[in-house]
Design a protein around this ligand. Structure first.
Ligand SMILES: Nc1ncnc2c1ncn2[C@@H]1O[C@H](COP(=O)(O)OP(=O)(O)OP(=O)(O)O)[C@@H](O)[C@H]1O
Ligand SMILES: [Mg+2]
Length: 304
């Protein structure tokens, strides 16, 4: 199957080593790709080159079979875009904005349908300026879908959303993907990437430093388990708790955190120790490496 996006050795320089420095990747039809990376890593630069909104310095780029630098309107008609910073006229109503942008596309969704998708039905006739920041951002998401695109670029689409709206928008994006739309997403929410992405690219200082499914990235990081609980208030010294542990114990505020590659043995020891003394371990949690921890290790190791 031919890829929807094909990028080879893409570079873009803004001087002082900023920009993109030889990025290569492909995106398959129907795939959801998340671009992660710290502020200034080059995510928006990369996405905007793929959209045809920015010029590249060098490299090969193909989007839906055409070079976006030359793609023009035919390509625009097949893609949807949610920019990191969108400029919508705040004096228009939500309905007017959705209808206005729809006109640019040959196959468009009705304003009513779009408003329903992003839960703004009751605000259709309000001016954009009357909406809250998160509600305005939901218009941006709707505009990304107005042209029934085959491919959508979502540059931090849920920034400013409340947690409920964010989860609902994951459903919207998930439904698009399930219907076969290819999605390229940038986000700073690791949970968002974990929920939505088939594959993740981590970009640091204009280069890809890791690539894989969310599971692969988690597994690539050192696989350890963290056991955490509130430090018990007991008169007896804690040596009998700490010394037999195989993992590493450290204090975190009022909590004790044990990082271990032998979670079964360490957990048995900790709970056995507490049971023998009739102590309830407050806030006891056991967790394996999260995508967020894996990401932080990757990025902290790579950042200049
Ligand atoms: N038009 C421009 N002129 C000069 N430098 C630029 C320009 N656009 C971006 N840059 C620089 O290129 C680097 C990458 O920017 P980019 O916007 O692609 O990062 P990003 O990964 O999207 O970051 P964020 O997470 O903050 O959105 C930054 O150092 C930025 O300052
Ligand atoms: Mg950006």
């Amino acid at each position: 199957m031919t890829s929807v996006i094909d990028v080879a050795n893409l570079t873009k320089g803004y001087g002082q080593d900023r920009g993109l420095n030889g990025v290569s990747f492909t995106v398959a039809p129907g795939e959801v790709l998340a671009l992660l990376g710290p502020n200034g890593a080059g995510k928006t630069t990369c996405v905007e080159i793929l959209e045809g909104h920015r010029r590249r310095d060098s490299g090969e780029v193909s989007v839906l079979g055409v070079d976006p630098a030359l793609g023009g309107r035919r390509l625009r008609d097949r893609i949807g875009i949610v920019m990191q910073e969108a400029g919508i006229d705040p004096e228009l109503t939500v309905r007017e904005v959705l209808e206005h942008y729809g006109r640019a596309y040959s196959q468009r969704r009705a304003a009513v349908e779009l408003a329903e998708l992003v839960e703004l039905t009751d605000r259709l006739d309000d001016r954009v300026s009357r909406l809250s920041g998160g509600q305005q951002r939901r218009i941006d998401l709707a505009l990304g879908l107005v042209g029934t695109p085959e491919l959508v670029f979502l540059d931090e689409p849920t920034t400013g959303f409340d947690p409920v709206a964010r989860r609902r928008s994951w459903d919207v994006i998930g439904d698009l993907a399930a219907a076969g739309t290819t999605v390229v997403l940038t986000t700073h929410y690791l949970e968002e990437a974990e929920q939505l992405a088939d594959r993740i690219l981590v970009l640091v200082a204009g280069q890809i430093v890791a690539e894989g499914t969310p599971d692969e990235l988690r597994r690539g990081a050192q696989r350890e388990t963290t056991i955490r609980f509130g430090l018990p208030r007991v008169d007896a010294p804690l040596e009998s708790l700490l010394e037999p542990l195989q993992g590493k114990a450290s204090g975190r505020g009022m909590d004790l955190e044990v990082t271990t590659s032998r979670p079964t043995a360490d957990l048995a020891h900790i709970t056995g120790w507490a049971l023998a003394r009739g102590i309830e371990l407050e806030g006891l949690v056991v967790e394996t490496t999260s995508l967020e921890q894996a990401y932080l290790r990757l990025v902290e190791g790579e950042q200049p």
